[in-house]
Design a protein around this ligand. Structure first.
Ligand SMILES: NC(=O)C1=CN([C@@H]2O[C@H](COP(=O)(O)OP(=O)(O)OC[C@H]3O[C@@H](n4cnc5c(N)ncnc54)[C@H](O)[C@@H]3O)[C@@H](O)[C@H]2O)C=CC1
Ligand SMILES: CCCCC/C=C\C=C\C(=O)C/C=C\C/C=C\CCCC(=O)O
Length: 266
């Protein structure tokens, strides 16, 4: 097998997913296990959901296929990355998925969505680097959003965090870095997806305004988390480093536009 073929194989790989106990994160773990991953490690702040998610995935795929570790991504990166590497020896795929949409707690939102994503990416990039002692390469997948392509009146801080993730991931995953270090960095930009997080929108903004935004961007549907999980596996199997992929409207991934749409005044 060529290096790129090995890198794109899922069979036998160790996958870590932050915010992996529900919705999009859970669907990503589920699809990687379904395609032969050795183990999915779910890092999440929510204990009960974590125990439940581990149980469900183990009854679907077999004992010890899923491991829940309680984690606050904003404080636990050093302690838990060391623990994971001691216990599992190597991580092949690291997915930064955990997020907040709490606009009234901007510092916390930026710490979870942007700072933690950057810190965990750097830790596992170093671990995977092929020029490091025993570095075997690997893939980091960062979850941004179609909100990172748009300027409109909604979710200014959340958008800032998703713009940050997209810019960071495309730069870290740039072909130059990939050729030098052998670590792939990919970005996913899901569109509206039926999860706890998106259902928050109507608590914060008038229905009329949200409907205008949805209409402006021509979203046809609020897709399932399952479609994002499926898309993550498809992108993992086919994408070069540094690319970003939109997953929208229950359809397969398409490469993200390198443009920003500004919604006019209305
Ligand atoms: N739902 C949607 O329409 C879209 C979601 N996304 C992105 O997809 C990702 C997943 O979103 P959803 O599944 O919708 O969200 P969700 O709110 O359903 O799940 C997020 C998970 O992150 C965990 N989490 C939050 N703070 C944490 C912390 N400090 N430490 C550890 N875990 C923490 C939560 O406990 C939860 O399990 C996020 O990055 C989100 O921004 C992107 C585009 C659209
Ligand atoms: C009910 C759907 C509202 C429109 C949602 C559109 C895209 C959602 C992207 C997300 O990342 C979803 C997460 C929470 C809502 C946050 C931002 C909506 C911003 C919409 C946009 O400008 O693209």
């Amino acid at each position: 097998l060529k290096d790129t073929d090995k890198e794109r194989e899922i069979e036998g790989k160790v996958v870590v997913v932050t915010g992996g106990t529900c919705d999009i994160g859970y669907a990503i773990a589920d699809h990687f296990l379904n395609n032969g991953a050795k183990v999915a490690i779910l890092l999440d702040i929510k204990i009960e959901e974590g125990i439940q998610a581990e149980k469900e995935l183990n009854s679907k795929y077999g004992e010890n296929k899923a491991v829940f570790i309680q984690c606050d991504v904003t404080v636990d990166s050093k302690r838990l990355s060391e623990y994971i590497l001691r216990k599992f020896k190597h991580v092949d795929i690291f997915v930064n998925n955990a997020a907040s949409v709490e606009e009234n707690e901007p510092r916390k939102l930026m710490l979870i969505n942007a700072v933690a994503t950057i810190e965990w990416s750097i830790i596992f990039f170093k671990h995977m680097r092929k020029d490091n002692f025993r570095g075997e390469g690997g893939t980091i997948i960062n979850i941004s959003s179609t909100a990172a392509h748009n300027i409109d009146p909604l979710y200014a801080t959340y958008k800032a965090s998703k713009f940050a993730i997209l810019g960071f991931s495309q730069s870290l995953g740039h072909k130059y870095n990939y050729n030098k270090y052998g670590v792939r960095v990919l970005t996913l930009c899901p569109g509206p997806t039926n999860t706890t997080l998106v259902n928050n929108v109507y608590n914060l903004y008038e229905r009329k305004l949200v409907e205008k935004v949805i209409k402006y961007y021509n979203f046809a549907t609020i897709q399932s988390s399952d479609n994002v999980g499926r898309g993550a596996v498809e992108v993992f199997r086919s994408s070069e480093s540094g690319k970003s992929w939109d997953i929208v409207d229950e359809k397969p991934p398409v490469e993200s536009p390198n443009t920003i749409t500004v919604m006019p005044e209305f």
